[in-house]
Design a protein around this ligand. Structure first.
Ligand code: CP
Length: 305
């Protein structure tokens, strides 16, 4: 039984096939609208979400399946002290596939050890978010037409930003990509990502505290929110939350063919005035995310259409 805990659970070839399948679903959604009939997706969200949970649910409903689950830990028996292992064991009996989000890093690994059905990591603490990366990869392929030879700027909270960790893991497997790690000192990319996926692979990178200094070189600017929920004290969050704000003015220095991505939710880090810029791709990313999740559900349930 296959699970998706980390984006590296999928080979580059498997990701290519998922992107091809997502493209086919987008081109002809009716062909797939009964492909998961009588299948049940459980969405177990111990942490808040809008896009990930609802796009998973929309994906399963569009495949003709059913959904059940909870959207906050407080409405599940984890509020009474039930373990992740027991919750997953029980929900395995009610569903065919489970997407789970949890504030603790590694919780989906525990889930996978106890599940009788495929487990999808829908975000674990400040660790990984592989299905956001699937959405990001399809966005890059559609908007730029290539996955290699890209100068990729990741900006903001690189310490706690799990979408950045998974994106770097994924993009480090394609040739000739370079990373620009743009963050304040306190929110730099952690060693478990930087050492293994950039330094050990001899991938060129630059660490900087200035977006202005490098925006003109980038093919992709991946903005991120400062992750308030992962800070130990509010004072540090307030000091750092507005460290980078992308404005119309800053966009004047960017290349005409650069794309701006963001996993969302956005707080302050991209001014709403940038939304109308044709280079802004973050709302398109949310749509690509639904189709990649449809493709992933089909793959993990081994449904052939
Ligand atoms: N990108 C993302 O994970 O958004 P949500 O937190 O709304 O699911």
């Amino acid at each position: 039984m296959a699970n998706l805990i980390n984006i590296l659970d999928l080979s580059v070839e498997e990701i290519d096939r998922l992107m091809d399948l997502a493209d086919d679903i987008m081109a002809d959604p009716e062909k797939y609208n009964e492909s998961c009939k009588h299948k049940i997706l459980a969405t177990l969200f111990f942490e808040p979400s809008t896009r990930t949970r609802l796009s998973f649910e929309s994906a399963m409903l569009s495949l003709g399946g059913e959904v059940l689950g909870f959207s906050e830990a407080a409405s599940s028996s984890s509020a009474k002290g039930e373990s992740v292992a027991d919750t997953i064991t029980v929900v395995s009996g009610y569903s065919d596939i489970i997407a789970m989000r949890h504030p603790k890093e590694g919780a989906p690994v525990i889930g996978a050890e106890h599940a009788l059905v495929p487990i999808i990591n829908a975000g674990d603490g400040g660790h990984y978010h592989p299905t956001q990366t699937l959405a990001d990869l399809l966005t890059i392929r559609h908007e730029l037409g290539r996955m290699s030879g890209l100068k990729i700027g990741v900006c903001g909270d690189l310490k706690f930003g799990r979408t950045v960790h998974s994106l770097i893991e994924a993009m480090s497997r394609y040739d000739d990509n370079e990373f620009y790690l743009i963050s304040p000192e306190e929110l730099k990319l952690p060693g478990f990502v930087k050492n293994e996926y950039i330094i050990d692979k001899n991938i060129p990178y630059k660490e900087t505290g200035s977006l202005e200094d490098c925006i003109g070189e980038l093919d992709i600017l991946y903005m991120t929110r400062v992750q308030r929920e992962r800070f130990f004290n509010e004072e540090d969050y307030l000091r750092l939350r507005d460290c980078f704000i992308l404005t119309e003015e800053k966009m004047k220095d960017a290349r005409e063919d650069m794309i701006v991505m963001h996993p969302l939710p956005r707080v302050n880090e991209i001014q709403t005035a940038v939304d109308k810029d044709k280079r802004a791709c973050y709302f398109k990313q949310t749509v690509y995310g639904k189709y990649m999740r449809m493709a992933l559900i089909l793959k993990l349930l081994e449904v052939e259409v």
